[in-house]
Write a protein that binds this ligand. Structure first.
Ligand code: PLP
Length: 375
């Protein structure tokens, strides 16, 4: 028999925080309001217009003409898995740069496809050079080279054009993770010759978590069309999902309608601001944050030329308690910053200035909070 509830919980009234961790980032009210619009059917003619506009806006933000550009229903990891399971199959080879948590995850997801994976291990907190990646290759030919463009665990921005040259030498498609870079740093899919990319809504797009924009070049689509094995995941099989997002509009799974409204509004706001202006804002505010951190005597990790603007990693001074400091900031200032992951756990803070949250006001609040916490 079903147990009766001791009491029905009250309606939720979450606190309004300032989210300056590694994501989710602060969401613009206009995006939250868009989610509250009436739910349409997923094949309603009005909703089909929303879908087309979404795809157009995604192409603009990814800086691509790729026809196969769409949101996956799921968070950034679903986008990662979509790319791996559709682009790799048993017998394929993938070369993956691993210099943080998300490179590690890419390698793990790639191995589960049955492909042979060569992990090239890099230093956490540094970008790869193409020569480092080349030196790690165990074969002359690969099907896929994959790197993380913005490693959220370390705060490193990976240059892409030289990795494209390496992928060309190996005869491989190039996949990038731009979960933390999209709409915060330039992601030039066509100019760089990227074949596949995935992102997430909850970072510089400033939308709640739950969708993963993906894009695939015509070459990547050809590789999918030549597959010998069925994609191992039914839910993420693009040969099926393309039927819904393409001309046929055939049912695959029920699209998360209101999340897609939110993304529609978030993309609209990005394009209204303008990509260049948005990148410049992210650069300006993170420069101010780093300057302020230096004035507090805090050391910013990652050499300057390799730093991310949406996420700054900071060494926690000796003798300072990570958990206590973050709790103090949350309780006194309503401010969330992130702790470190993997080898950076307990010795690094991750401070996000992403999307709507990349403001001088947030820089000032964070510096004031840290000064107070460390005094
Ligand atoms: N890749 C990167 C670089 C990330 O920062 C994240 C999440 O923080 C992911 C992948 C996974 O995304 P999600 O947590 O939305 O599944």
């Amino acid at each position: 028999m079903q147990q009766p509830l001791s009491a029905i919980p009250k309606a939720l009234t979450p606190s309004r925080r300032t989210l300056m961790g590694p994501g989710p980032s602060d969401v613009d009210d206009a995006v939250l309001l868009a989610m509250a619009r009436p739910t349409l059917g997923h094949l309603d003619p009005e909703f089909l217009v929303v879908m087309d506009q979404l795809r157009e806006m995604m192409r603009a933000v990814f800086q691509t003409k790729n026809d196969l550009t769409m949101p996956m229903s799921g968070t950034g990891s679903a986008g990662m898995e979509t790319c791996m399971v559709n682009l790799l199959e048993p017998g394929d080879r993938a070369l993956i740069g691993v210099d943080g948590v998300f490179g590690t995850r890419m390698a793990e997801v790639a191995r589960r496809t049955g492909a042979e994976v060569t992990e090239v291990k890099g230093e956490w907190g540094r970008a790869f050079t193409a020569d480092q990646l080349r030196a790690g290759a165990e074969h002359d030919r690969y099907d896929l080279v994959a790197v993380v463009h913005a490693e959220t665990s370390t705060g490193v921005l990976q240059p892409i054009p030289e990795v494209r040259e390496l992928a060309d030498d190996l005869g491989a498609l190039l996949l990038i993770d731009c979960v933390t870079s999209l709409a915060g740093h330039a992601v030039k899919i066509d100019e760089w010759g990227v074949d596949a990319a995935y992102s997430g809504t909850q970072k510089c797009l400033s939308c709640p978590p739950g969708l993963s924009p993906v894009t695939f070049s015509p070459r990547a689509v050809e590789k999918m069309d030549r597959r010998k094995h069925k994609v191992q995941s039914w839910y993420l099989d693009l040969s099926l999902i393309r039927g819904y997002w393409g001309e046929e509009r055939s049912y695959h799974h029920t699209a998360p309608i209101n999340m897609l409204y939110a993304m529609h509004e978030a993309l609209r706001l990005v394009l209204e601001e303008g990509l260049e202006a948005r990148f410049e804002r992210h650069a300006r505010n993170s420069a101010a944050l780093r300057e302020g951190l230096a004035e507090l005597g805090l050391e910013v990790r990652v050499p300057e030329a390799e730093r991310l603007n949406p996420l700054t990693t900071v060494a926690i001074p000796d003798g300072v308690d990570d958990g206590k400091t973050r709790r103090f900031l949350l309780e006194k200032y309503g401010l969330e910053i992130g702790g470190g992951l993997g080898p950076m756990k307990g010795n690094t803070w991750r401070i996000g200035l992403m999307g709507a949250g990349s403001t001088m006001q947030n820089v000032t609040l964070c510096l004031a909070g840290l000064k107070d916490a460390l005094s």
